[in-house]
Design a protein around this ligand. Structure first.
Ligand SMILES: Cc1ncc(COP(=O)(O)O)c(C=O)c1O
Length: 382
């Protein structure tokens, strides 16, 4: 597909190396992993090998990794099973979580199962740690769900610190790590979370497969009932080639992490500098322009109001650039970004999220900046 793809927080291209690893399980090794004959056994072995690979990268035990259909299912499973089965009544989250978490918790609140509180955020969207501590100290036997890396503005939470705080106060800690998984190192001996999650399509693996880590000391019962797959924790014939692809993608990501991080950080930096030079009044949402406190893969740009505002993404698309939008919700409307709205950004300022990957080049960045500048009637190429 031609064009410049700068929407990698939405999904990433499949790595050809991952596809090669998946191919035999699409064409030749088609047995059902639950079958006891040789066709089944060879496929079962591939699933368990994948589980061991994921566990090793996260410095944990394979018995704590459960494959799912993706991040949304993993978040639902962790939250709903923990809350319902552990009798949790008080939950803390933030208003800028992904809907996989937010809508799940709001549903449980609506049906009267929990009281849901929101941790205060500062003006950049960072969690107020003192408020978190206060809440934990007055809400024993609770659950906290806070994401590691925000998919829209890129803010990074100190997941290790929050996990230790929750441990200290006896709260269950769930973190949606979909945007940081395989982009950062997660050492589960240091992160004291009961659950974290991953989705393969965010790190050059296939779509429709992910996993949930469940700490061994925090036993829960299944979310999806059915057969005995995933050690009785998730019924349904496994997405075998997806699981193989997930593990391969994760191995590649860890193998090349430093190189890719440096490359992508360079691209993000380039975009920040060029936008500042070419688009008067440009600003950046949340902490996304702060390389130390945000995902290196995400830059959320806040553009000055203009006649072209409404058409920005459309015009970028016409110029062959795929990025993603997100304006503040106007009240009563369900369109727009709940994250940007929460930061109190003026609705008339258009916001665009550019998100990067290992396949992007400096030329992609320059073309995107020139396109934005052109749309804004500013000077173009240097
Ligand atoms: C932070 C976050 N959580 C959860 C999800 C949902 O993951 P999936 O698309 O695999 O269900 C996404 C995907 O956009 C995400 O960015």
């Amino acid at each position: 597909m031609a064009g410049i793809y700068l929407d990698n927080a939405a999904t990433t291209a499949l790595d050809p190396e991952v596809f090669e690893a998946m191919k035999p399980f699409m064409l030749n090794h088609y047995g059902n992993p639950s079958s006891i004959h040789s066709h089944g056994r060879e496929v079962r072995a591939a699933i368990e090998k994948s589980r061991r690979a994921v566990a090793e990268l996260l410095n944990t035990s394979p018995s704590e990794i459960f494959f799912t259909s993706g991040g949304t299912e993993a978040d639902n499973m962790a939250l709903r099973c923990s809350i319902e089965q552990k009798g949790i009544k008080k939950v803390l989250t933030s208003k800028i979580e992904h809907h996989a978490v937010l809508h799940t918790l709001q549903h449980l609140e609506k049906t009267g199962q929990i009281t849901l509180d929101y941790v205060p955020l500062d003006e950049k969207g960072m969690v107020e740690m003192d408020a978190l501590k206060d809440w934990l100290s007055t809400n024993p036997d609770s659950l906290v769900s806070l994401m590691h890396g925000n998919n829209e503005i890129g803010n990074i939470l100190d997941i290790e610190e929050v996990s230790w705080l929750c441990k200290q106060y006896g709260a269950i800690f769930h973190s949606d790590t979909v945007q940081t998984m395989a982009h950062y190192n997660h050492d589960l001996q240091e992160i004291k979370a009961q659950h974290i999650v991953g989705a393969a399509h965010k790190f050059h693996g296939p779509k429709g497969v992910g996993f949930l880590y469940i700490n061994n000391e925090h036993k829960i019962q299944p979310f999806i009932h059915g057969g005995a797959q995933e050690r009785n924790m998730r019924g349904g014939t496994e997405n075998v080639y997806g699981i193989v692809g997930l593990a391969k993608a994760m191995e590649i990501a860890y193998r090349d992490m430093e190189e890719h991080q440096n490359h992508i950080q360079g691209l993000k930096d380039r975009m920040i500098q060029k936008l500042k030079a070419k688009v008067e009044g440009v600003a950046f949402n949340g902490l996304s322009a702060d390389q130390d406190q945000s995902l290196y893969t995400v830059l959320n740009v806040c553009l000055p109001p203009s006649d072209m505002s409404d058409m920005l993404l459309f015009n970028l698309d016409i110029k062959g650039i795929s990025a993603s939008g997100g304006s503040a919700c106007s009240s009563g409307s369900d369109v727009g970004s709940h994250v940007i709205a929460e930061l109190g950004k003026a609705a008339e300022r258009p916001n665009v999220r550019f998100s990067f990957c290992k396949y992007n080049t400096s030329k992609d960045i320059d073309s995107a900046v020139d396109a934005v500048a052109e749309i804004y009637n500013k000077q173009t190429v240097d």
